[in-house]
Design a binder for this molecule. Structure first.
Ligand code: MN
Length: 244
């Protein structure tokens, strides 16, 4: 092949998009996916970490990223390669509709950047993540793989209401696996946007997976998932056989 044949055609950029609840709004182009680790005390403890006893002791949040094209919007997740322990982590997803101003985002200004919310799964190759943790290596191959971020349609913030008043659940094959009130977040949405703004320039199109409560466990091909936040957000789908 000539070098020119290996340059992706400018006319065919593949920008991942989320669906929006309400057909008039079109779709939501995704720029980056930030993820928060250890944002519920019960999950931090189940992973063997020490949960902070109070907000004053919480230190700094754990952040990692997934590629934007890891999102799945049709609910069909092929069982990923390289793992024997694919875990579900049900999470609130925050979608930013505006760029942050330069500098550190004040807490009081954070909510104004939020377009809306979704419910998603931070799928994790737990065996690869655990091996990386043990060696002090990056988490990328445990977290940032293809199809690792199934997500519901996004709902505008005004229609969603206050985050802390909602609850999040995940059922697998009709059995409840994870459930929590969202007032249990160690860092709430303004806290996280404030913290992220000290590390990255937040922009419209960014998604933030806010962390998972306790109850993470393995998924198998054929499993059906049903993730919900309140009555407004729902993500249904299944784990398909591994692509060969
Ligand atoms: Mn997570």
């Amino acid at each position: 092949m000539k070098p020119a044949d290996l340059v992706p055609a400018a006319a065919t950029p593949r920008i991942p998009v989320c669906d929006l609840a309400g057909t008039q709004l079109g779709s939501f182009p995704v720029r980056r996916i930030y993820c928060v680790g250890r944002n519920f005390a019960d999950h931090a403890r189940e992973m063997g970490a020490v949960a902070p006893a109070s907000k004053a002791e919480r230190g700094s949040p754990v952040f990692f990223m997934k590629p934007a094209d890891a999102i799945v919007t049709d609910g069909v997740v092929p069982y990923p390669p390289g793992t024997r322990n694919l875990h579900h982590e049900v999470e609130l997803v925050v979608a930013l509709g505006a760029d942050a101003p330069a500098g550190v985002l004040p807490l009081a200004d954070a909510q104004a950047l939020v377009f809306g919310y979704g419910v998603g799964l931070d799928l994790t190759r737990r065996d690869l993540q655990a091996a990386a943790k043990a060696k002090g290596l990056p988490w990328d191959i445990g977290k940032g793989f293809d199809h690792s971020a199934p997500i519901s349609s996004l709902l505008p913030a005004a229609a969603f209401g206050p985050v802390a008043a909602q609850s999040i659940t995940l059922d697998i094959n009709g059995q409840r696996r994870q459930a929590s009130a969202l007032d249990q977040l160690i860092w709430d949405v303004p806290d996280i946007l404030h913290e992220l703004s000290q590390l990255f320039a937040l922009r419209a199109g960014d998604l933030v997976f806010m962390g998972t409560p306790a109850g993470v466990a393995a998924l198998q091909p054929g499993d059906h998932f049903d993730a919900r936040i309140g009555t407004a957000l729902q993500l249904q789908g299944h784990i398909a056989p591994a692509a060969v």
